[in-house]
Design a binder for this molecule. Structure first.
Ligand code: SAH
Length: 490
């Protein structure tokens, strides 16, 4: 009997890129993923489309009943012969109860592997500019749980207070008064610096600083909430100089990405790279239409025009042999379109300086002869008017809908929920604006405080027509351009 396999995997503290290559591979291979509250949900995108995703989050980290359920789920799924990946925040053995899960798995004779993760106990301080050790300041660091034991037992603070190194407490927010109080009582200097880092390594990271004697009052005033790490020692002061993460361009900004699922990823990565948080709510989907196209017709054309990345992608996806294009002239509009073409080692013969379809027609006319056939590769909703162009330039322009843009209408409730905490909604096409307004049933009342960003004038027009303010407009009509405009506006 195939008893399956369990990977006990640490997923890091929150920043997606702190996932290890091995952890990513385990997510990709898994038939079933059991994950908890502290992991970055974007990790789940690496899963196979048919992987079973099971969320078992402990609302309070003390576990209890839910831990039994987790153990049983791992066993049950593995015994079906499945590869089960258990994704945990940070490292699975640092207060992660990974060991308990292994004990259950062992009882059933199921094989397992452990993939260590980047624990929050060192990485969250690092993201707030606090090194856990530093020459001349701290020669060791010590990591504790801030929970008392079930029988009320507690650490030996007499010993802890004597330690010279950095003290790190996880799960300590609830017992902050006990921790700071017991350290002072046992002789630690009340003026010892203390930092509390909330939601470290995410765009919502917040750092509170004080000393052992006043941190409790400050934490209360600032309403510190878990997950948070308490770090105690002289190294905390280095943050003044070393703080780097919170200075990133989009730090603290939650940005909604509405473009189609496949293209959303690239944009979300840029947002996260700049310290922001991406909320993906695809409002369109792109569907290729070239599967049954007879590519042998291409021979009849003198020129091929592309007006978007998607048009290039869809056209070439099913082209059986690149040589069928022969010496056909190729024109593109837009830097991203050119980029997509260059991935295929094709250099366009011309590319208008401005992002205007009309200019594409004009340049196509210049490199073709009277009545030549010109194929415009575009989408079903493209406003390109081939008849008008044919008359104007005395050529035979034909349009092909290489892909369809399908608006994705969502429930009003779903959109309102996804807008929670969002600072800026981005629109990269008119269709996404329409799908947004339609999903909200045209009632845009509840959107106070949210800013709307547009990729360019055409999208902006649609936004205005549908009653949305255009707070930010990109100068360069790309995802990067819109993010640059957001940075400048902030
Ligand atoms: N195995 C995890 C720790 C699990 S215990 C690890 O190695 O990081 C949960 C505690 O971890 C939280 O209560 C909090 O103290 C800490 N923690 C985890 N992620 C955090 C984050 N992003 N920011 C601040 N604290 C975090």
């Amino acid at each position: 009997m195939n008893k399956g396999k369990v990977y006990i995997v640490g997923a890091g503290p929150g920043d997606l890129e702190l996932l290890t290559l091995k952890a990513k591979r385990c997510v990709e291979e898994a038939d079933c993923i059991v994950y908890d509250r502290l992991i970055n949900k974007r990790i789940l995108k690496f899963a196979k489309p048919d992987a079973k995703l099971i969320y078992l989050g402990k609302l309070n980290t003390e576990g209890g009943v839910i831990q039994d359920e987790i153990n049983q789920t791992l066993v049950k799924e593995a015994l079906k012969g499945k590869v089960v990946t258990r994704l945990k925040g940070g490292d699975p053995f640092v207060f992660g109860r990974g060991g308990e899960e292994i004990q259950e798995i062992l009882k059933e004779g199921i094989s397992f592997e452990v993939v260590p993760g980047i624990t929050s106990s060192i990485s969250v301080p690092a993201y707030s500019g606090i090194p856990v050790t530093h020459r001349g300041i701290s020669r060791s660091f010590h990591v504790f749980t801030g929970h008392t034991m079930e029988d009320g037992g507690w650490h030996n603070f007499d010993a802890i207070a004597k330690l010279q190194g950095t003290l790190v407490f996880l799960m300590g927010v609830k017992n902050l008064d006990l921790i700071s109080g017991d350290l002072i009582k046992n002789g630690k200097d009340p003026e010892t610096p203390v930092g509390i880092i909330e939601k470290g390594s995410t765009s919502r990271q917040r750092v509170i600083k004080g000393t052992l004697s006043n941190i409790m009052d400050i934490a209360k005033k600032e309403d510190v909430k878990p997950p948070a790490i308490i770090i105690i020692g002289g190294v905390v002061n280095l943050r003044e100089e070393f703080n780097w993460f919170e200075k990133k361009e989009l730090f603290g900004k939650k940005i909604m990405v509405t473009r189609d699922e496949k293209q959303a990823e690239a944009m979300s990565s840029i947002i996260e790279k700049k310290g922001g948080e991406a909320a993906e709510v695809p409002l369109i989907s792109i569907e290729d239409q070239m599967k049954d196209y007879d590519y042998s017709q291409i021979r009849d054309y003198g020129c091929l025009l592309f007006n978007s990345q998607n048009s290039v992608r869809s056209f070439f996806k099913y082209l059986p042999d690149m040589r069928m294009l022969g010496n056909i002239k190729i024109g593109v509009v837009g830097v991203k379109t050119e980029e997509e073409l260059s991935k295929l080692k094709l250099v366009p013969d011309f590319m208008p300086k401005e992002y205007l379809g009309e200019l594409l027609a004009e340049e196509a006319a210049q490199c073709t002869e009277k009545e030549d056939k010109i194929l415009v590769v575009t989408s079903d909703i493209s406003p390109i008017d081939c008849e008008k162009w044919s008359v104007k330039y005395n050529r035979d322009f034909k349009k092909i809908d290489a892909y369809k843009t399908i608006k994705v209408k969502r429930d009003r409730g779903e959109i309102i929920e996804s807008l929670e905490g969002v600072d800026i909604v981005t629109f990269l096409s008119s269709s996404t604006v329409e799908a947004f307004a339609e999903s909200l049933d045209g009632d845009l009342g509840e959107l106070k405080g949210i800013k709307f960003a547009s990729i360019g004038p055409v999208t902006s027009e649609t936004m205005k027509r549908l009653g949305l303010s255009v707070d930010i407009e990109a100068k360069e009509f790309t995802a990067n351009g819109i993010l640059k405009a957001i940075e400048e506006a902030m």
